[in-house]
Structures are given as structure tokens and as C-alpha cells.
Write a protein that binds this ligand. Structure first.
Ligand code: GUN
Length: 297
């Protein structure tokens, strides 16, 4: 029987565990707070940010919601980040990506105070992750580590294949999988748009993480019998539904689930975990900034 990994349930259990740490911070006079900055009118980005805000409120993290006109000058975004960096009441800062083309995304990430960089995208935090001394693990790959663990799968010595090399998912995922640490110690291959014989590589995976952003590119024939399959894709494809689209992953779910040992659904797999780990990092950030010990799940 294929295990369907329930991201909603694992995320809920992480949120439940975080509440005790949040209570502790509140007792110490430090309610955690997260500022989200959205400089986009992309409907998917708007939805993600509003879900992140709702999650904060549900667990008792203060959510600060900042919208910047996508046509505004880049300076407006930098000024906003500078104010948030200086504001002692703000513990975490998230600038939703992508930002408009006239704004240089790398400079935006560098502008955020690394102690408040709860995405873990600032070069200082990326460097720490690579060095095996992570401060804030990026939310999606960290959530995937928790999902793999929840399925009772040990990564040690396994062949892991990551399809996709983005800064947000593919690269940090591969870095976590190779660390000499729990959830790591895997023999890890990163595939991407120039990879030759992709199916040959994916069929070798005991653990397959599909994060290329290409709808249903991995089908059952590309998966090893019994593999753990993690689908990071959330692709809107045209469909005859009320909304005019449906969400599909990077994995063709129906054929993949016949072969996989465990698989994440879309939606309800990785997505809820990304959001839960953002809360986790915000709680961690608050503890670090005020030198308060917090137990993290
Ligand atoms: N856009 C897509 N995923 C993410 C994420 O995890 N963080 C931010 N800031 N933007 C994103």
C-alpha cells in the first residue's frame, strides 16, 4: 500500500507544538511578529501571503501586512526593508518572491537583516546552511525533511534525487540532504533542465524531490518501486472548473502513486509544510533576538 503523506496533518502537529514556545515568548514580553511584504499583483502570490498571515494569527504570531505597488520605485521596497530591520517589534521579514523585473531580487535578499531573514535566503544564512551550521533553514526544504521523517523514511545512505535547482527549493534541498546530520547523509543528485537521461536518474532515486515547476513532468515510469516521492510543484493549468484552472504538481499523481512507497499529494503535501516552517523560523528568530530559549519541534 502506498502511503499518502498528509502535509496538513504534519503541519498541524508542528503548529500545535509551536504554540507552547509562543506562549513562553509572550510570557517573557516578546510576542513573535512577522512582516510580509508583497510587491506583486500575481493572484498566486497574493493567496500565499494571505495564507501566511492567517497562519500567524492562528498560532499567536503578530502578522504585519505590507503591500507595495508593483509599479513603485525599487527604493520604496528598500526603504520599507530598512524600517523593518530597525523596528525592534519586528522579528521576521519575508519579501514574497518574485518581485517585479525592475527590482533586483538578490539585492532585496541582501537588504534584509540576516537575523530577521526567516526565509533563510540571505547569503549569510545560505552560507551557514552549506557549512552545516544553519540558522534558519529555508522553509520548503526544511518542511520536506519533516515530511520524509514523518513517513518513517531514513535518508541515511539512500539515493536522493532532486529535480530542480532553484535558490528557494532545489539548491537548499540538496544541501540539507547531504549534511552529516539527521535528515541528511543521503547520496544526492541534482537534476535540472540540461540533465541528459533524466528518467534514468530519477529511477535510481530512493527519495525523489520534484521541484522543477513543470506540470506533471515525472510519471510512474520515472519512479523506482517503493520510492518516497515529494512533489513540490503547484502549477495552475487550464481546466473546465469553476475557477477555470486546477492545481497539479510536478508529478503525475495517478501513475506515480501506483509505484511509489510514499507520496505527497498536491495540494495538501508540501504547501502546508512550507507555511508551518515559516512560523517555526519566526519563533526561532524571536528567541535568538531576545536570548530566550525556545523548544522547537
Ligand atoms: N515565493 C515562492 N516561495 C517562496 C518562499 O518560500 N518565500 C518567499 N519569500 N517567496 C516565495
Amino acid at each position: 500500500m502506498t502511503e499518502i503523506i498528509d502535509g496538513n496533518a504534519v503541519a498541524q502537529s508542528i503548529r500545535d507544538d509551536l504554540v507552547a514556545s509562543i506562549d513562553r515568548l509572550v510570557d517573557a514580553g516578546q510576542r513573535p511578529s512577522l512582516a510580509t511584504v508583497l510587491m506583486s499583483e500575481d493572484p498566486a502570490s497574493e493567496t500565499y501571503v494571505s495564507m501566511k498571515q492567517d497562519d500567524c494569527e492562528e498560532v499567536g504570531i503578530e502578522a504585519i501586512d505590507i503591500d507595495i505597488d508593483p509599479d513603485a520605485d525599487a527604493a520604496e521596497l528598500y526603504d520599507t526593508i530598512e524600517d523593518l530591520n530597525a523596528d525592534e517589534d519586528v522579528n521576521g521579514i519575508l519579501v514574497q518572491m518574485p518581485v517585479p523585473d525592475h527590482v533586483e531580487d538578490r539585492s532585496v535578499l541582501r537588504a534584509i537583516d540576516p537575523m530577521k531573514d526567516v526565509d533563510g535566503f540571505h547569503p549569510e544564512n545560505v552560507g551557514r546552511l552549506v557549512a552545516g551550521d544553519a540558522r534558519y533553514k529555508p522553509c520548503t526544504p526544511h518542511g520536506i525533511q519533516k515530511l520524509i521523517e514523518s513517513a518513517g523514511v531514513n535518508t541515511e545512505g539512500k539515493d536522493a534525487v532532486v529535480v530542480g535547482r532553484s535558490d528557494i527549493v532545489g539548491k537548499p534541498m540538496a544541501n540539507l540532504l547531504i549534511q552529516k546530520a539527521p535528515g541528511g547523509n543521503a547520496t544526492t543528485t541534482v537534476c535540472h533542465s540540461r540533465t541528459e537521461n533524466l528518467a534514468e536518474r530519477t529511477r535510481n532515486a530512493d527519495i525523489l524531490v520534484a521541484a522543477a515547476g513543470v506540470p506533471e513532468m515525472i510519471d510512474g515510469e520515472m519512479i523506482q518501486e517503493g520510492a518516497t516521492v515529494i512533489d513540490v510543484g503547484i502549477n495552475r493549468v487550464d481546466a473546465d472548473t469553476e475557477k477555470g484552472y486546477e492545481l497539479v504538481g510536478d508529478v503525475e499523481y495517478e501513475s506515480a502513486k501506483e509505484v511509489a512507497g510514499a507520496i505527497t499529494p498536491v495540494p495538501g503535501g508540501v504547501g502546508p509544510m512550507t507555511r508551518a516552517m515559516l512560523l517555526y523560523n519566526t519563533v526561532k528568530a524571536t528567541g535568538l533576538q531576545h536570548d530566550i530559549d525556545v523548544d522547537l519541534p
